[in-house]
Design a protein around this ligand. Structure first.
Ligand code: PEP
Ligand code: MG
Length: 540
């Protein structure tokens, strides 16, 4: 038996086969070939296989998610059959006498650069597609198997680290747990593991070897331990621990339908954070009073192109309808920093967390922002939707947002499309600047939601992604708590309400303090709703 220690990001025990996530970061070498005809045939065979794969994917997507979403695979097929693309590859192989891999990779880079430089947003989006189809051909040429194509049964996913875009693309019904070599407890991947309610251990280091793929494993998410080829005694112990955990969870079930009320009668709303429609089941199962944070950017991360207004509208409508009148706070696009989407074509930045992200993208690329706002205002007719804006630092930003909203409503009105006139608007308090001007901001909006993950990062000047800094990342720091208190006082002085949607909201050691500050709401991962309710009911 091999025992590896790391850091826990979510409790629970999972037992199953370990499967290593294969990342597609192969290096393409330029090699001379003697027989250019043979090389050209190699490419053509790989291309034909890719087209067959794409046909299969189209049929599957058509049955699973409908024609609009399946279209992308048809577009990819057309790209592979495009004469300019094929001629470029043939030309490189024949004139430079080089390998097919090099010709495909070079053509992909050239075409992507050409698409990116076009003015039209649709054509810019094609840059990611041409890279995507070329990657498929490269995989076939090299015989590589990327991602988790072999994931036919539920598995524990092992990786060096996982990006949020990789995590959201996993088949969640088949993920028993996560085990990674690196990663920080405050990363979005860790947050996703909590939202998905699956045991996860990170920071296992170099001891987690690729060769363990396919072997039996156990994650003890309580102690942050990974066991490979567990011996009988460990297996028995872990099975018992798992049973106990499930019993505890069953006990919490008795709190369903009960109020979030302290012994002295103070009430607080407990809502849930989600990233996806598929998290709705967990929200309802755990009896959350509403959705306090819908991270809408995951919709963008799951797509290969900008989600259309109709796609977004149907997702927001579904969430609003499923919550049947309960509050649903949808945060507008918070892309950038660790949440990268190819088709946005964002530049590489020295300090991405301090860079071009979230509301800064929305305010400078209003066509993207307006599409989302139109979908939100239309969906608001079908339930109790509130809209929240991330990374706010000034009153000016909020006023600009309101101007764009006014334009959007005017457009919808002129087009005769139904929308809700008065949607509750809020902002995230996640920068020190927003805390310092919170009194002025509170006059502009209906509510605040404190994003303690970023507020801690920016207050303590500590990169939340850097695992080396986990021991310094202290959300209990008096400066962070003072910021939350100040924002709460400002909100209440101006008649706004305030909640917390960062991970700190679920920190049961602080529940009493948050109640004392008079917070109106705490929004936590679905699995933390009932433990938090239990804690609130124990408070004086
Ligand atoms: C936060 O910063 O606390 C937050 C809730 O947003 P995210 O974690 O998505 O940045
Ligand atoms: Mg944030």
């Amino acid at each position: 038996m091999i025992t590896i220690s790391g850091k826990s990001v979510f409790g629970g025990v999972s037992i199953g086969k370990l499967l290593f996530y294969q990342r597609n970061d192969k290096v393409i070498k330029r090699t001379h070939v003697e027989d250019v005809d043979a090389e050209w045939n190699r490419f053509q065979e790989a291309k034909d296989t890719a087209v067959t794969q794409l046909k299969g994917l189209y049929d599957k997507a058509l049955a699973d998610v409908g024609e609009a979403n399946a279209m992308i695979f048809e577009i990819h097929q057309m790209m592979l059959e495009d004469l300019d693309y094929i001629e470029s590859i043939e030309n490189i192989i024949r004139t430079q006498e080089v390998n097919a891999e090099y010709a495909v990779a070079t053509t992909a880079d050239n075409f992507a650069a050409m698409f990116s430089s076009m003015d039209d947003a649709y054509m810019q989006g094609r840059a990611a597609d041409v890279k995507d189809v070329s990657e498929r051909v490269l995989d076939i040429l090299s015989g590589a198997d990327t991602g988790l194509k072999e994931m036919t049964e539920p598995c524990i996913i092992a990786a060096d680290d996982l990006a949020p875009s990789e995590t959201v693309q996993l088949d969640k019904s088949k993920v028993l747990g996560f085990a990674t070599m690196y990663g920080s407890s405050n990363s979005h991947t860790a947050i996703l593991a909590r939202t998905m309610n699956i045991p996860a251990v990170i920071g296992l280091g170099e001891g987690l070897l690729q060769e363990y793929s396919g072997r039996e494993a156990i994650i003890d998410g309580f102690t942050g331990t990974l066991y490979i080829d567990p011996d009988e005694a460990t297996l028995k112990e872990m099975q018992e621990k798992r049973e106990k955990d499930l019993e505890q969870k069953a006990l919490l079930e008795q709190l369903k339908g009960k109020e979030n009320i302290t012994k002295s009668g103070q009430k607080i709303n407990v809502y849930a954070n989600i990233g996806n429609v598929s998290d709705l089941g967990a929200v309802l199962k755990n009896d959350a009073g509403g959705i306090g944070l819908f991270r809408s950017e995951f919709l963008y991360l799951e797509n290969t192109d900008f989600p259309t207004e109709e796609q977004q509208f149907s997702v927001y409508k579904k969430v609003a309808e499923s919550m049947a009148g309960k509050k649903v706070i949808i945060r507008t696009l918070d892309i950038g920093a660790d949440k990268q989407v190819d088709y946005f074509n964002l530049d590489k930045e020295e300090n991405p967390a301090l860079g071009y992200r979230a509301i800064r993208i929305c305010l400078t690329r209003p066509e993207i922002f307006k599409t989302q706002l139109r979908a939100l205002y239309r969906a608001a007719v079908f339930g109790n939707i509130s809209i929240m804006f991330p990374m706010i630092t000034s009153v000016g930003e909020v006023r600009k947002i309101k101007e764009i909203i006014a334009d959007v409503k005017e457009e919808l009105k002129n087009e005769g499309i139904p929308y809700k006139e008065d949607v509750e608007l809020g902002i995230m308090i996640e920068t020190p600047a927003s805390v310092m001007v919170s009194r002025e901001l509170a006059k502009e909006v209906d509510f605040f939601s404190v994003g303690t993950n970023d507020l801690t990062q920016y207050t303590l000047a500590i990169d939340r992604q850097n695992s080396k800094l986990d021991e310094f990342y202290d959300p209990h720091h008096p400066a962070v708590l003072a910021m939350i208190k100040m924002a709460a006082e400002s909100a209440h002085a101006e008649g706004a309400w305030i909640g917390i949607c960062g991970e700190l909201g679920a920190d049961l050691e602080l529940t009493e303090e948050f109640l004392k500050m008079g917070l109106d709401e705490l929004s936590v991962s679905p699995s933390m709703v009932l433990p938090l309710r239990k804690r609130i009911r124990e408070c004086e």
